[in-house]
Design a protein around this ligand. Structure first.
Ligand SMILES: NCc1[nH]cc(CCC(=O)O)c1CC(=O)O
Length: 316
């Protein structure tokens, strides 16, 4: 019997699902794609107001638990960090380029865009990092699929947009990229560029899917997601995180860099640490604690002003 792979209908989702289906077919399995409509596809309001990026995953997870499909492919960055009861991420295949990319008018790089240029992004993380550069760029909120967002630049509605390079690569659109943003300037979302292959926890298909897992990618995204989870940043908070397997004088290590910004661009923090590749969780947690010690909590959720002391009326 063919494995039923549940996917969202967007071109990016079906392309990503197709990549995983092809890998499974190459291992000798039959796979059929089952299209599922999610709330995030139907509702075009700002993501934050319709439940965050988790809206993309929830309908698909329900179909998995109901036994309507056997596996699902998610963009890992859209998958909530909390484990889902009854489900397991059976494989994290090799990651695509995790960096963000600029698509700007006239082939411009970020540095070439004059002050006052309009940058379209619906991502608080991208907006906060653009603000932090202090270039006088104007951020305007946009949503929509990759094609729609690129069209905003060709239409002249935006001078530039920022997109995940991985999405553009999978769709064969990297020719639109005018600058791939160095992580020193723009840290990607935790898990960006990576896919998550999910199935039911007790399904034997789990073993088969595990063959698609890439150990280095899993270590990197585990560190990034642990950081996210400890910071309790939630899916729309301005947080960037990138882990990489690096080789230094001591041998192979995991390097983790993070950015936390205030939603209004009023402040930001960048920190980095390295740790052993075989303990990515500790690295993520350590960097999260360092950021918290240095004031990240005030950026992630600005402290509410303490209630004014009230004068107690003496009992009558
Ligand atoms: N939030 C939408 C989304 N989810 C995954 C990708 C791109 C692919 C990836 O990051 O793996 C995108 C588009 C984008 O951010 O430009």
């Amino acid at each position: 019997m063919a494995l039923r792979l549940g996917t969202r209908r967007s071109t990016l989702a079906t392309t990503q699902s197709g990549l995983v289906a092809d890998r499974l077919r190459a291992l000798g399995h039959q796979v059929e794609l089952v299209e599922i409509t999610t709330e995030g596809d139907v509702n075009t309001g700002p993501l934050a107001s319709i439940g965050g990026t988790g809206v993309f995953a929830s309908a698909i997870r329900a179909a998995l638990l109901a036994g309507e499909i056997d596996l699902a492919v998610h963009s890992l960055k859209d998958l909530p960090v909390a484990p889902h009861a009854g489900l397991v991420v059976a494989a994290i295949p090799p990651r695509e380029d995790p960096r963000d990319a600029l698509v700007a008018r006239d082939g411009h790089t970020l540095g070439e865009l004059p002050a006052g240029s309009v940058i379209g992004t619906g991502s608080p993380r991208r907006a906060a990092q653009l603000e932090a550069l202090g270039l006088g760029l104007e951020i305007t909120a946009i949503r929509g699929n990759v094609d729609t967002r690129i069209r905003h630049v060709h239409d002249g509605r935006c001078d530039a947009v920022v997109l995940a390079r991985a999405g553009l690569a999978r769709l064969g659109r990297t020719d639109e990229v005018t600058e791939t943003l160095d992580p020193l300037v723009m840290l990607p979302a935790a898990g960006q560029g990576a896919l998550a292959v999910e199935c039911r926890e007790d399904d034997p298909v789990r073993e088969l899917l595990a063959q698609l897992d890439d150990a280095d990618t899993r270590a990197c995204v585990t560190a990034e997601r642990e950081l996210l989870s400890v910071l309790e940043a939630g899916c729309t908070a301005p947080l960037g995180a990138l882990a990489e397997v690096v080789e230094d004088l001591d041998g192979v290590e995991l390097s983790l860099r993070a950015f936390v910004g205030a939603p209004d661009g009023s402040g930001s923090l960048r920190r980095s640490l390295t740790g052993p590749v075989d303990d990515p969780r500790s690295l993520g947690a350590r960097l999260a604690r360092l950021l918290l010690e240095d004031g990240a909590a005030d950026l992630v959720s600005p402290p509410v002003s303490p209630p004014r002391p009230t004068i107690q009326e003496p009992p009558a």
